[in-house]
Design a protein around this ligand. Structure first.
Ligand SMILES: [Zn+2]
Length: 216
């Protein structure tokens, strides 16, 4: 078995960077896979949403989840992971309020009604989202249950995974493409697809600033 070599292998992992599950962080020859990561076929991947932490002395790589919690309210832009799709309804678990690098407390299990997927007519939630996709959604109700919408260009899939290979897909126009199996899917894609990292780096700076104040 030979490792495929790509240009990323020689770059050190970026600390404080926001990562999603499946993001490639480093090669396992160079680092030990710690909390929040997994080691597969010679590479270390994030297994949770969080911030990259590097123990350079022990050469351990970790992904730290967000803390402390925030409560969801109407109008919040959130990052959620699609947990189910039916004709009339999708479900997604909210993992982050956008711009707040903290975990979310209370009911995080949101629903997206078929009429709230897109501003154009949507026949079924199936085919717009797939289980495991990361989406940006807006909270439209928190009581009696959490309701989300992905209507609008900014909303929809930020990171989609191939249903066959489970690897992150690349945006090509209005579709997502899997480099591994050469398949193409359509989705309700956010205009920020794959640009999420850039946007959240601003938040990282804010967080670093906050962390500095909290050091005893
Ligand atoms: Zn694939």
């Amino acid at each position: 078995m030979s490792h495929s070599s790509d240009s990323r292998e020689n770059e050190p992992p970026k600390e404080k960077k926001l990562v999603f599950p499946g993001d490639e962080l480093a090669v396992s020859e160079e680092y030990i896979a710690g909390e929040g990561t997994l080691d597969e076929r010679g590479k270390i991947y994030a297994s949770t949403v969080g911030i990259v932490e590097l123990d350079s002395k022990e050469r351990v790589l970790r992904v730290k989840a967000f803390n402390p919690p925030v409560t969801l309210k109407n109008g919040d832009d959130v990052i959620a992971i699609v947990s189910g799709t039916r004709e009339s309804m999708g479900t997604a678990d909210v993992v982050q309020v956008e711009g707040k690098e903290r975990s979310v407390s209370g009911d995080t299990n949101g629903s997206i009604h078929v009429s709230k997927v897109s501003s154009s007519y949507t026949k079924s939630v199936k085919g717009e989202f797939y289980i495991g996709d990361f989406i940006r959604a807006k909270v439209i109700s928190t009581d009696p249950s959490l309701q989300l919408t992905t209507t609008g260009k900014r909303y929809g899939v930020l990171k989609g995974f191939c249903t066959q290979c489970r690897i992150p897909m690349i945006r090509k126009g209005n579709t997502l493409y899997c480099e591994s199996c050469d398949s193409t899917d359509r989705r309700k894609i956010s205009s920020d697809y794959r640009d999420t990292m850039v946007e959240t780096e601003k938040n990282m700076k804010h967080r670093e600033h906050m962390d500095e104040k909290e050091v005893p």
